[in-house]
Write a protein that binds this ligand. Structure first.
Ligand code: ADP
Ligand code: ZN
Ligand code: ZN
Length: 750
């Protein structure tokens, strides 16, 4: 008798059968070989293409990886390899350009392809969710298709249903709209004439050409805007830096550039900073174009994000606007990429895969041979340098659109002045004036909470975090001490733990304290606070700002959240309460950042009808950069900073790689990094400078001791090679494997 065929036993391994090489999302930078799934026939295996997701067992876990080669030969013995547990896709989840982008990111930033590919997918796909959504459709059965002409004429609704389905498959919603009840459908099902099936959503909606008609007519451009529009070509790689002050009409240029792409049947990707993405932004695009516009940002649910990804992938969206990770949105006919506020730090991912979405966007544009526009009032030195080297076209919008005058900026020397909660008499007087005129005032203070520290007036004790080398911030609502570095919270002590005195004082001024003071000084006007404590949910900010946009007099006090994305046309006075903090930062980018921030904040004020003014409080009115910023503007400061970077060999005139490590015990990380340096220093010779190892600026954070070492070179290629060797050494070193370490190519924080 025939032996029953045992389906569950592994097939005898065919020694020549190809293996699958899988990019598994683990920190290790290597690929892993697996046998094809047991359940697939050789013929089915042959149809599998790279880019499909698979579930594999990895150590004790099951992970979702991506097949990068399904015709691999392994160095390992076959008998040691495990089979793939499950094949999750029929086709690649990546479009060819995104796949190439992942390879580039993996190589350039030194992260494993598995981690990079996982990072490039919507969260639900990383977890194994199906790429296509299943939707319900009604259709005719074979019997139903065979019905003669004029059948069912007696039953009017049934005849209507038949007629509809003879035209094609229909959704339950369509049938409902046509007045066909569930009972009617059921009757037809019972007769064996119709059936309900689940089909791929992507196939259910034909990807019709996008309508590119304008819903709202475009503005007539001024000469500079027109020139920008003309200079950016429709196709071909063309990186352009569009430098224009706030309100100079950059967004209008984007809109018109996008219009040209939509007309040609192509799509646009717009990248914006983390907190600059507001419903206001999206609305401007929706109001203009008669095509689907979708947003992608971190506050959306995973389901909603996947939905956008799916629609984008099948060409149903004309414009996708999103924060950093929107870079990986598949768009089959991508025609242009816009990076707005390109100087913004949030384009750099600071953990996991440490990539810069702005820079990777340029790589994607080059790969797709399309134009990319980097826009900013205060371009990064990197982009300015690229423009000056002739790599980017540099276009400027020097005037405010609609004829508004730039604000008048004035330094306030606060040395020896009587200060009231951080505000000089001059500032208070100016505020009073503006409010009396029925105008609005904006105060910028980049510290949230009540006070940045709590001190004992008797003995000098200061409240520190138990886990970090950091002072605790005093918050009054809710009443607590809060560590802004590790998020620990503590009760405010009633007496000093050191000398038992009750004389504890908040040192310094945060936004919460400033708001309280202002409420007492100006009881007649609302004082609105905008920082991460008052605005935690997206939408909350917009509710708050609705009050500002009513135009009634008010005072806005807040952190850098105020500097991004929002226009405040009725604000006529902007005050920088403490300009000194940023100019004396230890990071070499400190001056660049504070200059950008000041210009961005100042740019929020005023419009055509009433000119704005900006007051900058400082203890260092003689500070060179600050003077230059006020007298000659951002561009001059940027040139000075570039010259300085040139001398020091710092970015963008040199390249950096940062290696960070931390451990539970002091010195461990530093010692390990010293061994790394000793092992590899010989490799690159004198063209690479090793800086460190040294303790991180804040040595202890979240209970771990942190150290870093920086590699600097004028040669990007050399540094890239060395970065590869560094990672190889760290992965192999027994001590390093016990610690946490990371590599950061083109670091933002040093
Ligand atoms: P930016 O993006 O540079 O901050 P916007 O494009 O938002 O500038 O323009 C600022 C304001 O000026 C907006 O209210 C916009 O409608 C208006 N504006 C832009 N371009 C023009 C133009 N050519 N003519 C008239 N108004 C314009
Ligand atoms: Zn004390
Ligand atoms: Zn802490």
């Amino acid at each position: 008798a025939d032996e029953p065929f045992n389906l569950s036993a592994p097939q005898p391994a065919d020694e020549d059968a190809p293996l699958w090489r899988v990019a598994v999302p683990t920190p290790l930078r290597k690929l892993y070989d697996y046998l094809p799934p047991v359940a697939l026939t050789a013929e089915q295996c042959a149809r599998v293409t790279p880019g499909v997701r698979v579930k594999v067992s990895f150590g004790r876990q099951q992970l979702i990886g991506v097949v990068v080669d399904c015709d691999a030969q392994s160095d390992f013995q076959r008998s040691k390899l495990k089979p793939v547990l499950e094949l999750l896709d029929n086709d690649s989840v990546f479009s060819a350009d995104i796949e190439r982008l992942c390879h580039w990111i993996s190589r350039y930033y030194q992260y494993g392809l598995g981690e990079v590919m996982s990072n490039a997918l919507p969260v639900l796909l990383r977890k194994g969710r199906s790429v296509s959504a299943q939707v319900k459709r009604w259709r005719l059965t074979t019997n139903g298709k065979g019905l003669p002409e004029g059948a069912l004429r007696g039953a009017k609704k049934q005849a209507l249903l038949l007629a509809l389905l003879q035209r094609g498959e229909q959704s339950p919603e369509t049938l409902k709209e046509q007045g066909i009840s569930a009972a009617i459908s059921r009757a037809m099902v019972d007769k064996g004439l119709i059936e309900q099936v689940l089909i791929d959503e992507a196939l259910a909606v034909p990807s019709a050409p996008l309508p590119a008609t304008l819903r709202q007519s475009a503005l007539t451009l001024n000469a500079q805007q027109q020139r920008a529009l003309d200079e950016v070509p429709d196709t071909g790689f063309a990186p352009t830096l569009l430098q224009g002050v706030t309100g100079s009409g950059k967004t209008e240029v984007y809109l018109q550039l996008i219009h040209r792409q939509l007309e040609a049947g192509r799509q646009a990707l717009v990248l914006v900073p983390e907190i600059g993405l507001t419903p206001q932004t999206q609305q401007r695009f929706i109001d203009r174009f008669d095509c689907p516009v979708a947003m992608l940002h971190s506050a959306m649910s995973d389901t909603a994000r996947l939905e956008v990804w799916r629609r984008a992938r099948v060409g149903q969206l004309g414009i996708v606007i999103g924060t950093r990770s929107a870079l990986f949105t598949p768009l089959p006919q991508l025609g242009i990429i816009i990076v707005d506020e390109e100087h913004d730090g949030s384009f750099k991912q600071l953990e996991g895969v440490r990539y810069n979405a702005r820079d990777a966007a340029v790589v994607r544009a080059k790969d797709c041979a399309i134009p990319i526009v980097l826009g900013s009032a205060t371009p990064s030195l990197e982009s300015l340098h690229n423009a000056q080297q002739g790599r980017y076209r540099h276009l400027e919008l020097l005037e405010r659109a609609g004829g508004a005058e730039p604000p008048a900026v004035q330094l306030v020397d606060v040395r020896q002045q009587n200060m009231h909660e951080g505000m000089s008499g001059e500032l208070l007087e100016a505020m009073r004036e503006e409010l009396q005129r029925g105008r609005q005032v904006l105060l910028f203070l980049n510290r949230r909470g009540y006070s940045p520290s709590l001190m004992c007036h008797q003995c000098g004790w200061c409240a520190d975090c138990h886990n970090c080398d950091a002072k605790l911030t005093v918050h009054l609502k809710p009443r607590q001490l809060h560590c802004h570095h590790c998020d620990s919270r503590y009760a405010i002590p009633a007496a000093c733990p050191n000398c038992h005195s009750g004389n504890l004082l908040g040192e310094g001024i945060g936004t919460e304290r400033s708001q309280r003071a202002l409420e007492q000084l100006f009881p007649a006007v609302p004082v609105l606070r905008v920082d991460r404590d008052t605005v935690s949910r997206r939408g909350e900010l917009d509710e708050l700002l609705a009050e500002v946009h009513s135009g009634e007099p008010c005072i806005l006090v807040g952190t850098q959240m105020l500097a991004k994305g929002h226009h405040f046309p009725d604000v006529t006075l902007v005050a920088i309460v403490d300009a000194d903090a940023g100019f004396f930062s230890s990071d070499f980018r400190g001056s660049e950042r504070i200059s950008q921030l000041l210009v961005q904040v100042a740019g929020r004020a005023g419009r055509a009808e009433h000119r704005g003014r900006v007051l900058v409080q400082t203890h260092h009115p003689e500070h060179l950069l600050m003077r230059q910023l006020l007298e000659q503007g951002y561009h001059a400061v940027a040139q000075s900073l570039l010259a300085e970077r040139q001398v020091l060999g710092l970015p963008p005139c040199g390249y950096l790689v940062m290696v960070r490590a931390d451990a539970r015990h002091e010195q461990l990380a530093e010692q390990m990094l010293a061994r790394l340096r000793d092992a590899l220093q010989g490799l690159a010779g004198s063209e690479v400078t090793w800086v460190g190892p040294m303790p991180a600026l804040m040595v202890r954070r979240q209970g771990r001791f942190r150290a870093q070492i920086m590699l600097r070179s004028g040669s990007r290629g050399l540094l890239a090679q060395l970065a590869g060797a560094v990672v190889g050494w760290l992965e192999a070193d027994a001590e390093a494997r016990k610690m946490r370490w990371s590599i950061d190519v083109d670091p933002q924080d040093t």
